[in-house]
Write a protein that binds this ligand. Structure first.
Ligand code: ZN
Ligand code: ZN
Length: 447
């Protein structure tokens, strides 16, 4: 019997081995999906704010180790001492060859989830300011982590198809634009090697699941956070002539800032100036001493950025002076250095190369070339300020096609990223993220 069975066993083994050799990004993404879905739901229901990513980082470290990486934890040097270092780096070596950085972000947002999903977050935590806040993965960083783990697992199994060093970076604190800089400041490139290429991805709340969407050149904007204090002279609301009212000045200044885009800027250079927060006063009949504002400023080119930031300060000070505010009470305008996030630039040649690869692996109709946005992502830091490390940051769709059609027909906007009602549809979103990242890596590191 044994003699008869042996050839059959050998034949089976041969099939099994040849089957292994034929593993593809698609087959691996399919095989990993049930486990990645579990990881996704787990992270979704346990979101953590920027600088507090303890649980997520530990999970990622464990998974990267299991995938065959040498893992370093607690990476990151922040300027803000309240943020804890939860950066994780996994290095997967496979002989000589290029070094490629693959990045995911991990943090969630102070949003109360309203998706109604069975695995919706119920988490309430303390913010850096000590306030109780709801927390939600409203930007899809949970889906990024799941796809990132799937990518590491698959590339660990496809070592016969690539060579070089993979540096998997699980980055904390993307939402506050501080994480990437903190990792670089902690010696990311000195300790793990400067990559030849950097790759990042993000889900997209208005693109259908199963699609990859990418932009050539600038893909996201410079983000500046500006704090402005308009100082007046407070007093009784019934005697305005005895005061200098900072609320009226703030109103004039806000409107004048909007003319920077329309009158002081080349219309071919996109800019956005949004006053997201304004606070002043305590009561109906008191003119306060000051009004505080917080502004987000979006630009692409650095010369435009400098021009806009200067105009914001000049206008605030000019209007205050025109309102009779003495020089010593002039507005205080401060541009936050540690919250600056540079514009992301997709290397055009590299983008074209990857688009061809994605069209081959996902189908021509499933790859979209899209317009850039004025959103921001500190993935840009990895390509350095002169874009000398070629980088591509691509999107993968996160919405069922039927839902897109339904909203379009009703003339309604889909929930955007950061909305309490946004959550990616896990399948085929995770699968597309995994395939998109694996095929990009294989193209850059192929044998
Ligand atoms: Zn976000
Ligand atoms: Zn995000």
């Amino acid at each position: 019997m044994k003699i008869v069975l042996l050839p059959a066993v050998c034949l089976w083994l041969l099939f099994a081995v040849s089957g292994l050799a034929q593993q593809t990004p698609q087959s691996l993404a399919d095989a990993e999906f049930p486990s990645l879905l579990g990881i996704y739901k787990d992270i979704h229901s346990h979101p953590e704010l920027s600088g507090q990513e303890e649980r997520t980082a530990a999970l990622v470290a464990k998974e990267l180790r299991a995938a065959g990486c040498e893992v370093t934890e607690h990476l990151g040097k922040y300027e803000n001492s309240k943020l804890k270092a939860y950066g994780v780096v996994g290095v997967m070596k496979n002989g000589d060859g290029p070094t490629v950085l693959v990045r995911t972000d991990m943090d969630a947002l102070p949003v109360q989830e309203e998706t109604g999903l069975p695995y919706a977050s119920k988490v309430i935590t303390k913010s850096d300011e000590g306030k109780d806040v709801h927390v939600m993965h409203a930007c899809g960083h949970d889906v990024h982590v799941a796809a990132f783990i799937g990518t590491a697992r698959a590339l660990g199994k496809l070592k016969d198809q690539w060579h070089g060093t993979l540096v998997f970076v699980a980055q904390p604190a993307e939402e506050i634009g501080a994480g990437a800089r903190a990792l670089l400041k902690d010696g990311l490139y000195d300790r793990f090697g400067k990559p030849n290429f950097a790759l990042g991805f993000h889900d997209k709340a208005d693109v259908q699941a199963g699609h990859i969407a990418v932009t050539e050149g600038y893909t996201s904007a410079n983000v500046d956070s500006v704090d402005v204090t308009i100082r007046g002279v407070g007093g009784h609301g019934a005697y305005p002539h005895k005061t200098k009212d900072p609320i009226v000045l703030a109103a004039e200044i806000i409107n004048a800032w909007q003319t920077i885009a329309s009158r002081q800027n080349n219309p071919l250079d996109p800019i956005v100036i949004t006053v997201g927060s304004i606070h002043g006063g305590t009561k109906h009949n008191i003119i306060p001493d000051e009004v505080k504002m917080q502004i987000t400023v979006r630009t692409y080119k650095s010369e435009v950025r400098e021009h806009v930031l200067a105009a914001i300060e000049r206008i605030a000070k000019g209007i205050a002076a025109a309102g009779g505010i003495p020089p010593e009470r002039a507005p205080v305008v401060s541009v936050s250095k540690d919250q600056f996030c540079p514009a992301s630039y997709n290397n055009p040649e590299l983008t074209k190369r990857l688009v061809a690869v994605w069209k081959k692996s996902l189908g021509n109709d499933n790859v979209e070339i899209i317009d850039p946005t004025m959103g921001g992502d500190d993935f840009s830091e990895y390509s350095l300020s002169d874009h000398s490390i070629p980088a591509v940051y691509f999107h993968f769709g996160a919405v069922e096609p039927a839902k897109i059609a339904e909203f379009k027909q009703a003339g309604k906007e889909l929930p955007t990223l950061h909305s309490s009602k946004f959550a990616p549809v896990p399948e085929p979103t995770i699968r597309t993220g995994v395939i998109g990242m694996i095929t990009a890596v294989l193209e850059l590191m192929k044998k």
